[in-house]
Design a binder for this molecule. Structure first.
Ligand code: COA
Length: 334
């Protein structure tokens, strides 16, 4: 049923430590189909939010077993009051009234996020019918960044001829500051380690080692310097992370070009983690590779949060949802 060998390999890993993932879009057949695949594979425990009668009817119509799946209708949940109070307590200082909290807790993305915050789920996958902003905002407000002063960002796992690369940030921070770009690179390096990908990080630009000039190049240089400094700290120094910049994409990926443009770089020609200078570059690049370059793309996956919440593209297929669930389970296994 699953075509991607990479997703199959991730599912083998998730079976070793079953996580509970909440899917707030039970009205979507792709989401229900993905839940069925995951349940059949016994790869995770699934909670689906939606109209229970409609969801169970869809499963019955397809002769699908519902073992390993819990259906919850937030409006009828005995925990709605508990989640409303939690939301109110967490956000009242931000101006949220009790009345607003009552309404917001009924938004399924908020309800799912509050389940995670309460320890009733390990992660969430949504976005088949919601914008990235609507999917991730509850997570940014409620789950919060794992490290103080450190922005959450996102990554894609891009598969080129079955070889995985991490692309970041292609989904969240529109125009990162030097510090945010540094944080994106450090988090993406840790993400690579988590997924068994070599943490060879290239800070991408239209310039390689001073070949081009401009404010944009200077920003990447400053972020590279900040990240290199951070890599000397106790937190990072033993993780085996290699990072260099500024590099053009060809110098980052092609050893022949690297030998000419950046002969002294330990990352050039061997990069597996590509850090984009802004969201425009990252988002356009991943979509071009997916549509014209024959790459598989999984994401955007959030990184740097206290618990995983992940977004789907509205054009996704059921198999993409399966992939996002598998990745979310692995992120929850820290
Ligand atoms: C992610 C995004 C929606 C956040 O925007 P927003 O909701 O308007 O953010 P706000 O500035 O109002 O912040 C809302 C909360 O999230 C927090 N937040 C925002 N961005 C954050 C980040 N990157 N990391 C951690 N927290 C963040 C804010 O601190 C704020 O918290 P608070 O309310 O507790 O103070 C916005 O950055 C965005 O639209 N990004 C582009 C998404 C996109 O279109 N992607 C392309 C398709 S994949």
């Amino acid at each position: 049923m699953i075509k991607s060998n990479y997703i199959k390999s991730l599912l083998q890993k998730t079976k070793q430590n079953l996580k509970t993932i909440v899917l707030p879009e039970g009205e979507d057949e792709r989401v229900l189909t993905a839940a069925h695949i995951i349940a059949e594979e016994k790869a995770a425990k699934i909670i689906i939010l939606g109209k229970v009668a409609e969801m169970t009817a869809f499963f019955a119509k397809n002769n699908w077993n519902t073992d390993g799946i819990e259906f919850i209708e937030p409006e009828k949940s005995p925990r709605l009051g508990e989640y409303t109070e939690l939301l109110y307590e967490l956000r009242k200082e931000k101006g949220l009234t009790h009345e607003d909290a009552e309404k917001l807790a009924l938004n399924y993305n908020y309800f799912g996020t509050l389940m995670i915050k309460s320890g009733h789920a390990d992660g969430m996958v949504s976005g088949a019918n919601h914008s990235t902003a609507d999917t991730v905002r509850p997570a940014l407000q409620i789950i919060k960044s794992a490290k103080k002063g450190h922005s959450a960002s996102s990554f894609f796992i891009m598969l080129s001829d079955n070889k995985p690369y991490i692309f970041s940030d292609c989904g969240i921070i529109i125009n990162p500051t030097d510090k945010e770009l540094c944080d994106i690179a450090l988090d993406a390096a840790e993400t690579a380690i988590q997924f068994g990908i070599e943490p060879n990080v290239a800070m991408l630009s239209f310039s390689t080692k001073g070949s081009g000039k401009g404010d944009e190049v200077e920003k990447v240089k400053r972020a590279t310097a900040l990240a290199k400094e951070a890599l000397q700290s106790d937190e990072y120094k033993n993780l085996g992370i290699k990072l260099d910049g500024e590099l053009q994409a060809d110098a980052a990926l092609d050893s022949v070009v690297a030998a000419k443009k950046a002969p002294n770089s330990e990352v050039a020609g061997k990069a597996r983690v590509l850090i984009f200078p802004n969201l425009e570059a990252g988002n356009i690049c991943y979509k071009m590779l997916q549509r014209l370059g024959g790459c598989e793309a999984y994401g955007p996956i959030l990184q740097g949060l206290n618990a995983p919440v992940n977004d789907l593209s509205r054009g996704c297929f059921a198999e993409d949802v399966v992939g996002a669930i598998a990745i979310t389970c692995l992120q929850a296994t820290k």
